[in-house]
Design a protein around this ligand. Structure first.
Ligand code: HEM
Length: 417
């Protein structure tokens, strides 16, 4: 079980930030947030401004309203994905002694157009709906095996039994990394996600170095011995007419590795927690499984869980607040999807709500893995409802969550008769 993280020290408020738009909230360690993240977000909507500045984690803006998140996601000139500007990164790299290892950078997620457009293109095919549909049967088979394995005990810690191994194994196979090393990969990703902080970019860089180090052998092997996997496919692509080099491979792999091994784990767990708490929903979905894909979409809205960072590129007036170049911003997408200005009664889970959510982001960086994530989420709920009797939260175990850039349960105990 993860230890409770202490609150980060509060920094002084910059002169351009007014008291009226300041609200003290630590997105990693706020006590109420790590106890129940989405309940705390509903509380933020009542008590915090729609765009607010918090002194925690080095001081940054939080975009709480749906409109602010949508507008900032699409305005890449004002809200840069280069949390550290590329020019600064290149200057830092240039100072390293000759022969130093390449420092990986998470591309395309941390670069702006036009560089972003060029680097996103090679990934589109690997994650297209057609490529993902071809994996659906094997995803179902694995989900069935994992659920059947935990069933006889009548109770299980669901994150480690199903929510983690399912997307992790699917991704490793698809990507071309050895599934036998899943524990080791997952541990490195967990440490990386916990360490990400806009206030300490060097620590993040060191973690990324660790990620590329554990993939290096496989990357080099696939260059010489291509197989039917994403690593081999990437080696065969060109960027801007130039053949792929090891540095670019590492940049792609570090972002795919983190996205592939962490996001869906949290999505599956948040949805399973809701189902366990709502037997009437389980009954409705068992009676009509065609409703499950709508149920998944509403889970994604009600329990949105990723918080992408941005850097303000130029002084701006945005949704009534003054932001200065260099300010850090969090697209607080979990807040956006619980905004009553966008969704009537956002706290209610409504299966037949016909609304579009922002769980996969908006604008040019919108999630590349959304088709894969949707298939995994749908299949796991279908197989749980088909294979398990009515399940519930284990009465003697508390659900524990982590905050940060990807929010979700660390442990989720379920029981059934
Ligand atoms: C339910 C699960 C997932 C959620 C909620 C999610 C959410 C997101 C969000 C919000 C973004 C936009 C980030 C930004 O604007 O800075 C994003 C980008 C991205 N996601 Fe996902 N993601 C999920 C699963 C995946 C999976 C399984 C993969 C691949 C294995 C993936 C790969 C990516 C990549 C490569 C990007 C960067 C796209 C770009 O910068 O152009 N995601 N994701």
């Amino acid at each position: 079980m993860t230890q409770a993280r202490p609150l980060s020290p509060a920094v002084a408020r910059p002169a351009h930030v007014t008291d009226a738009v300041t609200y003290d909230f630590d997105m990693f360690a706020d006590e109420a947030y790590v106890k129940n993240p989405h309940d705390r977000i509903l509380d933020l909507h009542k008590n915090a401004p729609p765009v607010f500045w918090t002194p925690r984690n080095g001081g940054h803006w939080m975009l709480l309203s749906h409109k602010a998140n949508f507008d900032a996601s699409r305005d890449v000139e004002t809200f840069s994905s280069e949390v550290i500007p590329q020019a600064q990164v290149q200057a830092m790299l240039a100072q390293r002694p000759p022969g130093s290892p390449h420092f990986p950078q998470p591309w395309p997620i941390n670069i702006d157009p036009p560089l972003h457009t060029m680097h996103r293109a090679p990934l589109q095919k690997a994650f297209s709906p057609k490529a993902i549909m071809a994996l659906k049967d094997s995803i179902r088979e694995l989900a069935g095996e994992l659920i059947d394995a935990m069933k006889p005990a009548g109770t299980a810690e669901f994150v480690s039994a199903v929510a983690e191994p399912l997307p992790v194994q699917v991704f490793l196979k698809m990507f071309g990394l050895p599934v036998e090393r899943q524990q080791e990969y997952r541990q490195v990703v967990k440490e990386h996600m916990e360490s990400i902080s806009v206030s300490d970019p060097r620590a993040v860089m060191m973690r990324m170095l660790k990620i590329t180090a554990i993939m290096r052998d496989t990357l080099l092997d696939r260059k010489e011995n291509p197989k039917d996997d994403i690593i081999s496919m990437l080696w065969q692509t060109e960027i801007d007419g130039k053949p792929m080099g090891m540095d670019e491979m590492e940049n792609f792999c570090v972002v795919l590795f983190a996205a592939g091994l962490d996001t869906v784990v949290n999505g599956i767990s948040l949805g399973a927690r809701h189902l366990a708490d709502h037997p009437e929903l389980q009954r409705e979905l068992r009676a009509d499984p065609t409703l499950i894909s709508a149920a998944t979409e509403e889970m994604l809205r009600r329990y949105t869980f990723t918080v992408p960072p941005r850097r303000v590129n130029k002084d701006t007036e945005f949704h009534g607040v003054t932001m200065k170049a260099g300010d850090k911003v969090m697209l607080f997408l979990p807040g956006a999807d619980l905004d009553s200005r966008e969704y009537a009664n956002p706290e209610q889970y409504q299966l037949k709500r016909e609304t579009v959510h922002i769980a996969f982001g908006a604008g040019p960086h919108r999630c590349l893995g959304s088709h894969l994530a949707r298939v995994e989420l749908n299949v796991v709920y279908e197989e749980m409802l088909a294979r398990l009797p009515e399940f519930r939260l284990a009465s003697d175990k508390e659900v524990r969550y982590h905050g940060g850039h990807v929010v979700g349960p660390d442990e989720l105990w379920l029981s059934w008769n």
